[in-house]
Each structure stands twice: as structure tokens, then as C-alpha cells.
Design a protein around this ligand. Structure first.
Ligand code: IMP
Length: 179
């Protein structure tokens, strides 16, 4: 696996920060301060996005974390989604926003939306930093999308390849074997 280098940057840290600022403003507009707002971060990939998103928001909010496993090792989906860590608190009557790193086939998000909807939140929305619509296997609603990208495997800004590269400030393309 070649190391991602400057030449493989898809989205710079500056571009990401500007877009995250806009998404935070959209969320604050859609959920005025009088309304409760509860963000559910999907680990591990969503942690950097969540951290930047909330630091761009001044309104009161609460957070929780859940972890799912949808990929074995490498860049191929196993198609299987498994709940690894559940939320600490209930969602009944709350305005919940799922915070995801990337929506690829949509299987993970579809699964998450189904299990969270069953917990009777008042509203359930989703914010995803990245979306790869050409890979979609299920039609899943995403209310806030940072960037729509081509079918490339990306790392950085929370996203990993075999648990590496999550700390890169930019989103980089991982070259495939043919590249
Ligand atoms: P989906 O279920 O196929 O939509 O996959 C969602 C999950 O797969 C994401 O939350 C990521 O953890 C992982 N994933 C999908 N595409 C990429 C990528 O390009 N880079 C890193 N992780 C990815």
C-alpha cells in the first residue's frame, strides 16, 4: 500500500474546515436554540468530523457515540453491519442527528437509521462528511452532505485504511493496485 502523499490530496484541510463551518451553520439554522439537539457520532470514522462540527456551533447540544463494524480489513465491504458499541442514553422524543464520516453503499447508515428510528426520536436526520452516490446499494436519506465524491477509497480526517491514516488533516485518495 503506497503512502498517501501531497499529490493524492482530494480535499484540503482548508476546504474541509470551510465546509464543516457551513454545515454547522445549517444545523444551527434548522435547530434553533430552543429545540433540543442530540448528535450521535458513528465511531470510529466520525470522530474528527464531530469534533470540528460541534466546535463550530454555539448552541447547547448533547453528544453520544456508537460504533459499528462494516468493513473487515482493506477497501472491500464485507456487506455485514454489526453493532459494536451502543449509545449511553435513550433517544425518545429527541431531535437526533447521526454524524457519519462517509456513506458508501449506504448499508451501514440504513442499518443505523432503522435501529435508531425504532427508539422513537422526535426527528432523525443524518450529516455525512462524504458521500459516494455511485456506490449506493440502498437508497438512504442524507440531510447534510459535506462533499459528494467519486468512487475512490479515501483516508484522513477520521477515515482509515486498516486503522491507519485517521490523523491526516486532509482527505487523501488511496491509489488502487492499477494506479
Ligand atoms: P457503507 O456501509 O458501504 O456505506 O460504508 C460505510 C462505512 O465504510 C464508513 O462509515 C467507513 O467506515 C467505510 N468506508 C466506506 N468508504 C470508505 C473510504 O473511501 N475510506 C474509508 N472508509 C470507507
Amino acid at each position: 500500500m503506497p503512502e498517501p502523499t501531497a499529490s493524492t490530496i482530494l480535499l484540503t484541510a482548508d476546504q474541509i474546515q470551510r465546509r464543516v463551518h457551513e454545515l454547522a451553520a445549517e444545523l444551527e439554522r434548522d435547530f434553533p436554540s430552543a429545540l433540543d439537539l442530540h448528535l450521535v457520532c458513528v465511531l470510529k470514522g466520525g470522530f474528527v468530523f464531530l469534533a470540528d462540527l460541534v466546535r463550530n456551533m454555539t448552541r447547547p447540544l448533547s453528544l453520544d457515540f456508537m460504533a459499528v463494524a462494516s468493513y473487515a480489513k482493506g477497501t472491500t465491504s464485507s456487506g455485514e453491519v454489526r453493532l459494536v458499541k451502543d449509545l449511553d442514553s435513550g433517544l425518545e422524543g429527541r431531535n437526533v442527528v447521526i454524524v457519519e464520516d462517509i456513506v458508501d453503499t449506504g448499508l451501514t447508515l440504513n442499518y443505523l437509521q432503522e435501529i435508531l428510528r425504532a427508539r422513537s426520536p422526535r426527528t432523525l436526520r443524518t450529516a455525512a462528511l462524504l458521500s459516494k452516490p455511485s456506490r449506493r446499494l440502498v437508497n438512504v436519506p442524507i440531510d447534510y452532505v459535506g462533499f459528494t465524491i467519486e468512487d475512490r477509497f479515501v483516508v484522513g480526517y477520521g477515515l482509515d485504511y486498516a486503522e491507519r491514516y485517521r490523523n491526516l488533516p486532509d482527505v487523501c485518495v488511496v491509489p488502487t493496485a492499477e494506479e
